[in-house]
Design a protein around this ligand. Structure first.
Ligand code: FES
Length: 282
């Protein structure tokens, strides 16, 4: 039943009109690249949205536990926690919308319902906060438990978007496990162009090799954002720019410099022996 619901949402092209308009609105509202990078989490090499989400989730869950205590043990703590949770929704939502605006259509459909569900949950919690502050504690608790139920459905959709649809995860990380553990020849040093990315294979994995003199760097070739071929990208200032959506990674350590990627690009140990370039799993 749950799978059927998810499949229906994924295939609901009726959502695409609203989705496209919202995507354009988010893109024009958050235009500066530095701001988009900050909200993607590029500065820490990890998506920011799931980090910010911990504030409302933790506050709402803690409030629910305190609300279940006998009335004599209750204090104003649940009200404070719900206030913190409602305030924490805004930054988490802004980061989530920016991630969402650069996703594929099927992911945006799930993301749209995830956001709508969380909007309803936030409304219920805001109602709970007002009820508690005006002395209607029973209604406040009822609204908070309703909000928690709806937020649970929103979290389920968010989990599906991340783990089943691969929105926000690193598409490069699984490649690392396929690189041989032992040093493996990727090609000769002489065959690598100077200062340009070159695609080679190590075992089953495509790797990007970048040569500067006798120094060689190796990265997983599959872009962490959506799997684009980094070796086909331009190199400038020691960084490679993905040809698909423009994510920019520092070649020396794989750090993401510009999104939409939120995750760093895995680098691989590399050495040169007898004129041959060898790579292995970290
Ligand atoms: S696949 Fe999207 S930036 Fe590389």
């Amino acid at each position: 039943m749950l799978r059927q619901v998810l499949t229906r949402i994924e295939q609901a092209d009726a959502l695409d009109g609203a989705s496209d308009k919202l995507q354009a609105a988010v893109s024009s509202a958050v235009r500066p690249r530095t701001l988009r990078d900050a909200l993607h989490g590029s500065w820490m090499g990890h998506p920011l949205h799931p980090v910010l989400v911990q504030v409302p989730v933790g506050a709402f869950l803690s409030a629910a536990i305190l609300d279940l205590l006998p009335s004599r043990s209750r204090s104003s703590a649940p009200t404070v926690l719900i206030g913190v949770g409602v305030a924490g929704v805004l930054p988490a939502a802004v980061a989530g919308w920016v991630d969402w605006s650069e996703m594929t259509k099927d992911r945006r459909r799930i993301g749209l319902v995830h956001a709508a569900t969380n909007l309803v949950a936030t409304g219920l919690y805001a109602g709970s906060l007002i009820a508690r502050l005006t002395g209607h504690s029973t209604q406040g608790r009822a609204l908070a438990f309703a909000g928690l139920s709806v937020a649970g459905a929103g979290a389920f959709l968010g989990g599906h978007l991340s783990y089943a649809q691969g929105g926000g995860i690193s598409h490069a990380a699984p490649e690392v496990a396929r690189v041989p553990e032992e040093w493996t020849v990727a090609g000769s040093l002489a065959s690598l162009p100077e200062g340009k990315p070159a695609a080679r294979r190590v075992g089953d994995t495509a790797v990007l090799l970048f040569r500067q003199g006798d120094e060689v760097s190796a990265l997983v070739d599959r872009c962490s954002h959506e799997g684009g071929p980094l070796s086909e990208g331009e190199v400038s200032d020691g960084c490679v720019v993905c040809p698909w959506h423009g994510s920019t990674f520092r070649i020396s350590d794989g750090a993401v410099i510009h999104g939409p990627a939120g995750n760093d690009q895995p680098v691989l140990p590399v050495r040169v022996r007898d004129g041959m370039v060898e790579v292995r799993r970290p």
